[in-house]
Design a protein around this ligand. Sequence first.
Ligand code: ACO
Length: 332
Amino acid sequence: MTNHEGIGIRITGTGSYLPEKILSNKELEGMVDTTDEWIQTRTGIVERRIAADDQPSSALGALASLNALDAAGLTPEDIDLIIVATISPDKIFPNTACFVQKRIGASNATCFSVEAACSGFVYIMAIGAALIRTGLYSHALLVGAEKLSSIINWNDRSTCVLFGDGAGAVVLSACAPEDNTYLYSKLGSDGNYTDILHVPGGGSAIPFSADVLKNELHYLNMSGQEVFKLAVNTMVAAAVETMEAANVTKDDIRWLVPHQANTRIIHSVAKRLDMPLERAYINVDKYGNTSGATIPIALDEIVRNGLVSKGDYVLLVAFGGGLTWGANLIRW
Ligand code: ACO
């Protein structure tokens, strides 16, 4: 997907929201048979945030959105498109973007959600950019919002230590072609791996029932090692293809913003790309894996901490359940 010559696209605002409640590895030691040392060594995670009972994903997403709108100098009514990336929707339907719309009062927006797991944000960035390029939309609010604590089995030590709650948002706006900063997107999927990272029950394949509850099929289930290998391969391939298509080299990239699943995956990706680790943004230590929200949260931290300057190349790259993967290249 390259840029259409007639319409430019740029990021006009970023925002994020992390719930107040912190759950540390130490506290997890009292909940399951694990240790702070195991979690930190295998994942780099130190703590994660947990949303309040009355905060579904849309509530987290709405707060991140208001933050991003403020940064963009726009009102909710200026937004004509809201896309939410989430695997922890408020309800099976209606889509979570409609709940975000209602919460922020974005009465002029078309709303839908995308279910591409941890790649969700790179997917909605590509979709939002493509829709703006049609000329039909001017300001897209792209939101990664997850309350993963609601689909985690808190008795399963192999998954409960990995995930957290949070939301990030980006406003993508149409602009003059000469001001374009959105360079390229690459998305991919492989449906042969639908079983290695999934919530087995509660959908139309295995509708919710007493058996689903008894067998705990409504929780996230993952084959960790298989996911690990595929994650590294797919992220590296997407990053390389994107840089090649945009004619930039690894040395041009100021920030690699990878999906934050664990530091070992990020280190492996940076190593395979032969990029210095200092240029890979890492905050998984503070928030764990917030799936579709990790990349916009990281991007917002980079922006708010003044770590990116005009002209810097920023490469977003992710993988997730599906499998899905993808990358977006932005010249700030
Ligand atoms: N604390 C202590 N021990 C644990 C824990 C824990 N929290 N979890 C598992 N173990 C044990 C296992 O039971 C196993 O014990 P055994 O050898 O006695 O059988 C041992 O640790 C090793 O288990 P592995 O699963 O082999 O551990 P591994 O080194 O692969 O690390 C991990 C596990 C961290 C999950 C790793 O595989 C990984 O990071 N995978 C990628 C996961 C990921 O990124 N998922 C993101 C999904 S993206 C999305 O779309 C949601």
